[in-house]
Design a protein around this ligand. Structure first.
Ligand code: DP6
Length: 418
């Protein structure tokens, strides 16, 4: 920092969860404002397992806005980052930090530049909605730094302008993104349906599926769908509105059977709409299909759904089990079919690893000794290496401020990413 400049750096650090849609958002009616063609509903995942942490810093010594993602500097010039920065700056208020002796006037924020450092606690390459957690965290943490007083609905509509699905990451529990009617997007925002303790029996197991294929981005994929798929109109206008009402009831009543049927049907229809796009988009692969059929067979043999599956714009499976006991039975089935490639169970299960011992799986020998699930017709079929690893999680809380300076990703002396 220049010797003549005031020597202060003001920072804030926040953590935001990722979310997984159980009624999918796919298709925009306005590309620039990111306004969707239908409502969507998601569950927020426990930030201990899947979240973004972001530190934002402001200093008169910064000549420009800069950002680092997982330690690497990235460009902030994209329109979406710019929209979020602009909308938050517009709402900035006076800051009077007595402890540090820093006073910032509302109007000073227009001239002050920010440094942003963000980090995901899960592999970005895994294709697990890292942008939802990242953008929500950026907006939430900038809001704290700039003393923004807006309610969460307003913040969610700013997140939305960074990435559609990010607007649902501003709350914990189950969240609905209301598409809104207004052309300016002012009523397109997320609301919390229930918080994370409402349905805390649920266990979420994610299978990160090995894939070499470069996937079509959500943004590009949904643009092609809007332009070419006749099925999308029917989905957005007829199917989703009635599913949203049923899903809200299922969540309110903790009705797992309805919840699971709706979740699976909506994931399958989203992928059907992708196939109905010209040229067709394939997000799921053979492993994804194998997981669907494993779950479908098991659910069918039990007579009532034990597990729901849902897939986003990639081959990874998100499996939602009705409770911990069911999750252990699911895990036994998954590990029977997809044993780890390496002889190391510990690195094959991330997140809540205690699910392994609950399922009686302490070692590779335990996995090898698993009996074939009774409902399986071809019990010898195993697919070692087709799943990279699993993550065990649960419904979780929304964004929060991390007050312990040890969590900061920016060095307060240099103002640069650590
Ligand atoms: C399949 O939010 O990534 O995950 O708004 O263009 O940034 P943009 O798209 P994005 O799309 C997510 C699509 C989805 C379904 C969902 O999360 O609802």
């Amino acid at each position: 920092m220049g010797a003549t400049e005031p020597q202060w750096v003001l920072m804030a650090t926040g953590r935001s969860p990722t979310n997984i849609a159980v009624i999918k958002y796919w298709g925009k009616r306005d590309e620039a404002l990111i306004l969707p063609v239908n409502d969507s509903i998601s569950v927020t995942l426990d930030p201990d397992h899947l979240s973004a942490t972001t530190t934002v810093a402001a200093s008169p010594a910064f000549p420009s806005d800069r950002m680092w993602l997982n330690g690497k500097e990235i460009s902030l010039s994209g329109g979406r980052f710019q929209s979020c920065l602009r909308e938050i700056r517009k709402r900035a208020r006076d800051v009077d930090n007595e402890k540090k002796g820093i006073k910032i006037k509302k109007e000073d924020w227009e001239k002050l530049h920010v440094h942003i450092a963000s980090y995901n606690n899960f592999p970005t390459a895994a294709g697990l909605a890292s942008s939802a957690a990242g953008l929500a965290c950026l907006v939430f943490t900038l809001g704290k730094l700039m003393n923004v007083n807006e309610d969460y609905g307003e913040l969610s509509s700013i997140c939305r302008q960074g990435s559609g699905s990010a607007c649902r990451s501003i709350y914990g529990g189950f969240v609905k993104w209301c598409m809104g009617k207004n052309d300016d997007g002012s009523d397109s925002m997320a609301v919390q349906l229930v918080n994370e303790s409402h349905w805390d029996d649920l266990v979420i197991i994610i299978a990160v599926v090995s894939s070499k294929q470069k996937e079509t981005s959500s943004t590009g994929g949904m643009r092609d769908t809007v332009e070419t798929s006749p099925l999308l109109q029917y989905r957005a206008q007829t199917v989703v509105p009635s599913r949203i009402l049923k899903m809200e009831d299922a969540i309110k009543n903790r009705d797992f059977e309805s919840f699971a049927r709706l979740t699976c049907a909506d994931s399958n229809q989203f992928h059907a709409v992708c196939l109905d796009t010209s040229p067709p988009i394939f997000y799921m692969n053979d492993t994804s299909h194998r997981i669907i059929s494993l779950v479908e067979k098991w659910n069918h043999s039990e007579g009532t759904p034990q597990v729901a599956y849902t897939f986003d714009a990639g081959p990874n499976a998100v499996l939602i089990a009705r409770n911990r006991k069911t999750a252990t039975l699911l895990l036994q089935r998954l590990l029977y079919t997809f044993p780890p490639q390496e002889n190391d169970l510990d690195s094959y299960m991330l997140g809540d690893k205690s699910i392994l011992s609950d399922a009686g799986l302490q070692s590779i020998a335990d996995v090898e000794a698993l009996p074939a699930p009774p409902e399986m017709k071809a019990p010898n079929q195993k697919f070692k290496g087709d799943v990279s690893y699993f993550i065990c999680s649960r419904p979780g809380a929304g964004p929060k401020v991390l007050t312990d300076e040890g969590h900061a990703l920016i060095d307060s002396a240099t103002g640069l990413a650590k």
